[in-house]
Design a protein around this ligand. Structure first.
Ligand code: SF4
Ligand code: SF4
Length: 363
């Protein structure tokens, strides 16, 4: 059984909102904070995402084709990063997907036609059903992505995973805020950078990051501050050069994400009095050419307890899919195809600049 005591310890940037039982731990409070912001910088000056979409010819945001099933295995994590939109942490031991729900997810995947399974958390590897789920997906010939925080690969129960992943062709998508120590440790806790580099070396030794499509190593970077992501392709070149030169570490691809104003990142914006500044920055950078590629149009998001969402952000805000029975046991592809995607002000994070999704920049 997983307990707080058996988890790897280390310096942490913060603690979970849930652990501190602060009002912002409630999604409704987060949505109200955003709704209260005076916005005047957007395309329609409305501050209403739906109206801004409509003004660009999208009166309703509808799905395109279901390609990805993203499963959030739970909120349990060995870290407590400052920017975490899941409010994950070592204290979140109760929110972990059980075997029955995992099996329901597999049935939904089978009926969905999706060819990509994207595993996230928390630290998804901490779920006792993680390896079972990966094996099942690999046997089905699906492309499997593990969203990995890197440090988990250095802890004893999970240190076999680089080779285990390599044998199964699992794509490892690793979060690393910056290729420099200072930015990474500020957001994720002291010592995180050093551990992350060690984990990347372990993945390189297992064959990852060398251009082999069956051992693909992807890094994910998000801004350390209240600004938008930089240009993904130029940053990728910069990161590849810096990590090779400084640590002899290789990787295949860099994805850049915007921080969405919610959960612990929203708390940081509030503490630093930057909520209005950041939200208006997102509005001013609204880019209509990102809309067609929004990840909610090709992704089904499933929570640890089996509820269905349009994306992992809506999941954390408890905005279930707008259908009669939004649960994995009732998943129906036809209903998914016809439903309207739920949006709110946090969505401006996905349409700002080059756009942002779990697959990186959009436009
Ligand atoms: S950002 Fe990732 S690694 Fe950090 S606390 Fe959240 S889930 Fe864990
Ligand atoms: S937050 Fe989710 S629902 Fe909103 S635009 Fe982004 S992917 Fe779509």
């Amino acid at each position: 059984m997983i307990t707080l005591d058996t988890l790897p310890q280390g310096p942490r940037a913060t603690s979970s909102l849930s652990f501190r039982a602060v009002p912002l731990a409630h999604p409704g409070k987060q949505l109200r904070v955003l709704d209260a912001v005076d916005t005047s910088g957007g395309p329609t000056n409305s501050g209403q995402f739906e109206l801004d979409l409509a003004s660009c010819g999208w009166p309703r945001l509808k799905p395109d084709r279901l390609e990805i099933v993203q499963i959030n295995l739970g909120k349990l994590c060995n870290m407590t990063c400052r920017h975490c939109h899941v409010d994950a942490g070592p204290d979140r031991v109760d929110e972990n997907m059980d075997r029955t729900t995992v099996e329901a997810c597999l049935r939904a995947i089978d009926s969905s036609g999706a060819r990509v399974v994207d595993l996230t958390g928390g630290a998804p590897e901490l779920n006792p059903n993680f390896e079972f789920l990966v094996e099942e997906c690999v046997q089905r010939g699906l492309r499997v992505l593990d969203r990995c925080n890197l440090t988990i690969l250095l802890t004893r129960p999970y240190s076999h995973l680089p080779e285990w992943f390599a044998e199964r062709g699992v794509e490892v998508v690793c979060s690393l805020p910056h290729y420099r120590k200072i930015g990474t440790d500020a957001q994720r806790g002291d010592g995180t950078y050093h551990k992350s580099i060690q984990a990347l070396k372990r993945l390189n030794q297992a064959g990852y990051g060398q251009g082999d499509p069956h051992r693909k190593l992807v890094l994910v970077a998000n801004p350390v501050g209240a600004f938008l992501s930089g240009n993904q392709s130029s940053l990728e070149a910069e990161w590849k050069t810096a990590l090779a030169r400084n640590h002899n570490v290789r990787f295949d691809q860099l994805l850049t994400l915007n921080n969405l104003p919610m959960s612990r990142y929203l708390e940081w914006l509030m503490e630093t009095n930057q909520v209005k500044l950041y939200l208006n920055r997102l509005l001013q950078a609204f880019n209509p050419s990102t809309i067609a590629g929004l990840m909610c149009r090709n992704t089904l998001s499933i929570s640890w307890d089996g509820y269905l969402y349009d994306c992992d952000f809506n999941q954390q805000l408890e905005m279930t899919m707008d259908i009669p029975r939004p649960h994995v046991t009732d998943f129906d592809l036809g209903i998914w195809q016809d439903h309207a995607i739920r949006t709110a002000r946090h969505c401006y994070g996905c349409t700002a600049g080059a756009g942002s999704s779990c697959g990186g920049a959009i436009a």
